[in-house]
Design a protein around this ligand. Structure first.
Ligand SMILES: Nc1ncnc2c1ncn2[C@@H]1O[C@H](COP(=O)(O)OP(=O)(O)OP(=O)(O)O)[C@@H](O)[C@H]1O
Ligand SMILES: [Mg+2]
Length: 356
């Protein structure tokens, strides 16, 4: 049975349709990342699953039970859906102690005191915060506050959590640590987690599967991090998950050219992966190498040394592209601004060109 099943979900705010016909299945015990650019509808999905907003169309099932169905007029209230939620902007309450923060949702549900205390302690244990139950939030670090928020979510359910940008406010090192902690917690409890973020790197680090949303709220691709990196479904995905260069190319007389201010031949044959006569070459900065014998000539416009790598901006006629080279290998060589170089292109991908 699927843990969560969304089918044909449509959500509009007034005239503005944010989710159109969204369908998604999540297996139990997985961490699913939902990533996409700001405003694409990630939080809207979370709100719909939790029952904070009512879709105009579709069904939502959790553990096979219908939580929402437009057609059958089912709409189970949020507190009966048993989902633990960690929202970035629903931080913990500053005027309540750690204990009271975690106990609050249980009190609100009307649980007797003797049942609340063991549940709060259980949740505190899961996030290693037992010693802090009497602290006020102002006495805690950002990471500790975040752990309290996770503990509070766990009291609603240790079975299914939705985390919406839970660690965006933390510094880089702490974010890293929290990701590891979330992973350990998930593995220990077997929790199904929907992890929402605009940070595709965090999603790749943490999640079993990633759903990439396009700016219009449609699903651009679903897959493991490896599938998404190796086989991006389209140009949007390729661009979203890492630094990329796009160079317009054209086929002429059986040869491939960069179609820039000048036509620059870069291959003496038609690239196997290309279809049609015009395309957009997508290439990562790491997949471009300096090659003195290459017919593609360019000028180094900017060279930045990043410790373990060199980051170059390299000028071709009519465009600049990024090139990255590992700086710590034995034969690493650096290039300086103004220097003329030859470029070779590995791992090419071809996408549709708008004007094709
Ligand atoms: N209550 C609301 N009323 C009207 N429009 C809304 C409301 N909530 C969200 N929207 C709009 O719906 C779209 C999707 O919003 P949503 O919060 O789901 O985006 P998001 O993907 O979570 O973005 P972010 O990464 O910035 O958090 C946005 O264009 C937003 O302006
Ligand atoms: Mg959001």
């Amino acid at each position: 049975m699927e843990k969560v099943e969304l089918e044909g979900i449509c959500v509009s705010y007034g005239e503005h349709m944010v989710l159109r016909d969204l369908s998604l299945k999540i297996e139990p015990g997985q961490i699913i990342g939902i990533v996409g650019p700001s405003g694409c509808g990630k939080t809207t999905i979370a709100r719909a699953i939790c029952g904070f907003i009512k879709p105009q169309q579709g069904t939502i099932k959790i553990d096979g039970k219908t939580m929402f169905s437009h057609k059958d007029r089912v709409d189970i209230p949020p507190e009966q859906r048993h989902i633990g939620v960690v929202f970035q902007d629903y931080a913990i309450w500053p005027h309540l102690s750690v204990y009271d923060n975690i106990a609050y949702p249980l009190k609100k549900r009307g649980l007797p005191k003797e049942e609340i205390s063991p549940r709060v302690h259980y949740a505190l244990e899961q996030v290693n915060m037992v010693a802090y139950e009497k602290y006020m939030p102002s006495q805690l670090s950002g990471g500790q506050q975040q752990r309290v928020a996770i503990a509070r979510a766990l009291t609603s359910s240790s079975d299914f959590l939705i985390m919406d940008e839970p660690i965006t406010n933390l510094d880089a090192k702490l974010r890293e640590q929290m990701l590891v902690e979330i992973r350990i917690l998930q593995q220990r409890l077997g929790t199904t987690i929907i992890y929402i973020t605009h940070d595709q790197e965090a999603a790749m680090q943490l999640c079993d599967k990633i759903v990439i949303l396009a700016p219009d709220g449609s699903i651009a691709q679903i897959g493991s991090d490896e599938e998404i990196i190796r086989n991006p479904a389209n140009r949007f995905v390729f661009q979203f998950i890492g630094v990329s260069n796009f160079i317009p190319v054209v086929i002429d007389d059986g040869k491939a050219f960069f179609d820039l201010e000048k036509k620059i031949p870069y291959k003496s044959h038609i690239p196997g992966k290309m279809t049609g006569t015009k395309a957009m070459l997508g290439i990562r900065p790491m997949d471009i190498v300096f090659d003195e014998d290459s017919p593609v000539r360019a000028t180094v416009a900017q060279a930045i040394f990043l410790g373990n790598m060199y980051n170059y901006f390299v000028r071709l006629p009519g465009m600049e592209i990024r090139v990255q080279q590992i700086a710590i290998s034995e034969n690493a060589k650096s290039y300086s601004e103004g220097q003329e170089v030859g470029l070779a292109f590995l791992e090419e991908r071809y996408f549709e060109r708008e004007d094709a």
